[in-house]
Ligand binder design. Structure first.
Ligand code: SF4
Length: 266
């Protein structure tokens, strides 16, 4: 049976390499489920793409293993535009494309990472669950093991190991986001940074938003709502001496005179 490390490039996942070494456990392969936004654009932001390349080099030199980047059949975009049938469970979305994942049971979690499960069949899989994460221990069994639990490394120790070995991802050192840059679970601050630093990706978000039958955030906010807010911030039209209220940029002008967009001021 093969022994395979399922690598996410997070600190706990990478620290498994150190723990496996310390335990003297066998390691045959290292696999990473690569998520793509489109056929040509990765789901990771550029600093993370660079970090992965660097980490792969370090791993190859030190452990002699080439990290396998498994690409699924689906990209985020291809799933996003997948059209649901009109028959079957009738919902208000029947016959429409999927669109943003939030109100569709987060389809991205199943659709984008699925290939890794096939690869790991009939193997002992190593996963990066730290010794101080008992809530996740129920995921471990005979074929799914955590070298970190076995060696007793907590999350702090994992971070330290990564730092010592030049393998600490930029998500722990800068404002770089981990996970997909188009994620509906990201904060407003992260969306603001995405728009500022990667305008071409933001433009794609706006295009997808236009086509989506469901809103980006579960509370009904669209990417276009955020665009209005950030644009107004750029123009310094949002009062800084008041708590931000969405009515300042979207909503009914009759109810709120600060609605700059509907007033044609922006
Ligand atoms: S990071 Fe966000 S968009 Fe990407 S798979 Fe996870 S939940 Fe989905």
């Amino acid at each position: 049976m093969e022994h395979i490390l399922s690598l996410s490039y997070g600190k706990d996942s990478l620290a498994c390499l150190g723990a496996i070494e310390e335990l003297g456990w066998p390691l045959d392969r290292i696999v990473h489920a690569e998520v793509w936004a489109t056929d040509t654009i990765p789901a990771d932001l550029p600093p993370m793409v660079e970090f992965k390349k660097k980490a792969d080099q370090v791993i190859k030199e030190r452990w002699g293993i080439e990290v396998e980047h498994i690409k699924g059949n689906n990209t985020f975009e291809s799933c996003f535009y997948f059209k649901r049938g009109r028959t079957g469970r009738k919902t208000k979305f029947a016959g429409t494309i999927y669109g943003w994942p939030m109100q569709r049971g987060q389809w991205c979690l199943q659709q984008l990472k699925r290939p890794s499960f096939y690869t790991l069949k009939n193997a002992i899989q190593y996963v990066g669950i730290a010794a101080d994460e008992p809530d996740r221990f129920h995921n471990l069994n005979e074929t799914k093991k955590s070298p970190l639990v076995a060696v007793g490394w907590n999350e702090k120790r994992c971070r330290q190991w990564c730092e010592e070995n030049g393998l600490l991802s930029p998500i722990y050192q800068t404002s770089t986001r981990g996970g997909c840059w188009f994620c509906h679970n990201q904060s407003i601050g992260q969306l603001r940074t995405l728009r500022k630093n990667y305008p071409e990706l933001w433009k794609l978000m706006l295009k997808w938003d236009e086509d989506s039958p469901v809103t980006f955030y579960a509370d009904g906010k669209t990417v276009h709502d955020f665009e209005k807010r950030f644009h107004a911030e750029d123009l310094k039209l949002i009062p800084t001496d008041q708590t931000f209220r969405w009515e300042m940029v979207i909503g009914d002008l009759r109810k709120n005179q600060l609605n700059l967009f509907d007033a044609g001021l922006v």
